[in-house]
Design a protein around this ligand. Structure first.
Ligand code: GLC
Length: 536
């Protein structure tokens, strides 16, 4: 169960490193940068990579619209380069997780091209086709990216269902051949040596068999999509039987392959619902915990989320945490506050890497890459194009990795597909490696400490009663106890710990590098300080 002890690093492949000078990141680029991630003295020290989709795609939703499940898009390379990536990653003890996007395909997938060609085509039932009802769509379902979820096909006079863009028709999971095809896809990648999958919108696979309309709650949100209670277009019970089948396949590979599902739900998520997809330890291994993506910068907000998530798990369940991903504003930008920005990012790293559960990092967070809103003409994301200027989309969080201060930030030799961060001359990998006080070294040190500590990797967690501005928790494994203290404020704080039968800590990590290896006996924290200490 390596994944319980691993730290996963998400790469958005288009934006990591461009090895062939087309302005778009690729697999050979990732291979070139593997030493940055693990295996060398200077490496960051992560254990696994989750690759956002790399399969052939018309790139309407930048790879989340797949037109061939068993190949690699030529923008990224080919299967030979992919095999090399697996091999080179193994050498550096890095596992590889693929993005499994099987709620929908691209409308350019041969299955859909066949399916839409005629009512009688054998692949017709691979997708969700229905007759108009009184000349209209059969119900009120909407696309998560806006507009009606039903698209009328003028050739065959039926609607097909798409939960996202029109170019992303949903597969019909009630069709046994679809089930078999996708199981083959899973085996295909497992046979190539991938260590597991991140399952895109796993709770969307099944829709109500009777196609009932969703109830409406006008107070629930702003967009028409958000005022619907998604009772009938998500979270149908049939999904569980599919996940059980997936799990059997994964388990048949020596029991060491993993699945983590994106359970798509309104913020801040619902730990009970998300974890219902773990079944009785016979479905997903983990369900993504998105709560921190919406936490305010204070101790109680994070504390409540940790408690809620821990409570929602049964003894087989395993937590996970993430602060940033390719769909959300990066946390450093969410918590930006002048001079406190980097200290806050260090505390966020401390939190993420000292909790019980598998942490998911997002490329660039370790050097403090920020989001940057783009001018309209640079927007690529279909969501941004649709909703600008109300919402400028997700490109801002997917900018090219800043490797150095040269013309294109060391990412490419030509102009990258998305603009560079304005501050890339300061915030880049080269500068981070040269400055021992950089955010990068906070991550690197924490990753090393976590790797060496059974208590941090496996221990229980108990949130302690404390001064409410402080987040305090104990991690316990056998006789070892490790205390984590985080001051979310910009002022000195007395931790005021209740119920801790010790007065001594041996500090093993300190965001301020003030207490390192000393023994402290009263628990006061400086502004924006966080520490990890062994209780002695
Ligand atoms: C998931 C992905 C997102 C994508 C959507 C549709 O939410 O994270 O990037 O646009 O699914 O596939």
């Amino acid at each position: 169960m390596w994944w319980k002890e691993a730290v996963v690093y998400q790469i958005y492949p288009r934006s990591f490193y461009d090895s062939n000078g087309d302005g778009i990141g690729d697999l050979a680029g990732i291979i070139e940068k593997l030493d940055y991630l693990n295996g060398k003295k200077d490496s960051l020290g992560i254990d696994a990579i989750w690759l956002s989709p790399i399969n052939p795609s018309p790139m309407i939703d930048f790879g989340y619209d797949i037109s061939d499940y068993k190949d690699i898009d030529s923008i990224f390379g080919n299967l030979e380069v992919f095999k090399k990536l697996i091999k080179e990653s193994k050498k550096r003890n890095i596992k590889i997780l693929m993005d499994l996007v099987v709620n929908h395909t691209s409308d350019q997938h041969p299955w859909f091209i066949e399916s839409r060609s005629s009512l009688e085509n054998p692949k017709r039932d691979y997708y969700i086709w229905v007759d108009p009802v009184n000349g209209k769509p059969p119900n009120n379902w909407l696309g998560a990216f806006g507009g009606n979820a039903w698209e009328f096909d003028t050739e065959t006079h039926q609607y097909y269902y798409h939960g996202f863009t029109v170019e992303q028709p949903d597969l019909n999971w009630r069709n046994k051949d679809v089930q078999k095809e996708i199981q083959d896809v899973i085996k295909f990648w497992l046979d190539l040596g991938v260590d597991g999958f991140r399952l895109d919108v796993v709770n969307y696979y099944f829709k109500d068999e009777k196609l009932r309309s969703n109830p409406i709650d006008l107070l629930k949100g702003l967009r028409p999509y958000d005022v619907q209670i998604h009772k009938y277009d998500r979270d149908r019970k049939e999904t569980h039987s599919i996940l059980k089948k997936f799990r059997k396949i994964l388990d048949s590979y020596n029991g060491n392959r993993v699945s983590i599902g994106e359970v798509f739900i309104e913020p801040p998520g619902n730990p009970k619902l998300a974890n219902s997809y773990l079944g009785e330890n016979d479905e997903l291994h983990m369900a993504f915990n998105f709560a921190f993506l919406y936490s305010s910068w204070n101790a109680f907000s994070f504390r409540d989320e940790i408690i809620a998530w821990e409570k929602a798990l049964d003894q087989n369940g395993w937590p996970n945490y993430t602060l940033s991903n390719h769909d959300q504003i990066r946390h450093i930008s969410r918590y930006k506050k002048g001079k406190e920005t980097v200290p806050r990012a260090k505390l966020a790293a401390l939190l993420l890497l000292s909790l019980r559960g598998t942490p998911f990092l997002y490329y660039g967070e370790e050097i403090g890459m920020e989001d940057q809103p783009l001018p309209k003409e640079k927007i690529q994301d279909p969501l941004g194009k649709k909703y600008w200027p109300i919402f400028s989309g997700r490109d801002r969080t997917r900018l090219p990795m800043c490797w150095d201060g040269s013309k294109y930030a060391g990412f490419s030799e030509v102009e990258p597909w998305l603009p560079l961060n304005r501050n890339y001359k300061e915030v880049n990998v080269e500068n981070s490696l040269e400055d021992k006080n950089s955010l990068f070294y906070t991550y690197k040190n924490l990753l090393e400490i976590r790797r060496e500590s059974k208590t941090l990797k496996k221990g229980d967690i108990e949130i302690l009663k404390s001064n409410k501005e402080i987040l305090a928790y104990l991690r316990t494994y056998k006789s070892e106890r490790i205390l984590v203290l985080i001051n979310f404020t910009n002022s000195d704080q007395d931790c005021n710990l209740k119920k801790l039968d010790t007065k001594k800590l041996e500090i093993i990590f300190d965001t301020h590098n003030k207490f390192i290896k000393e023994k402290i006996s009263d628990f006061y924290l400086y502004p924006n300080q966080g520490i990890i200490g062994k209780v002695i």
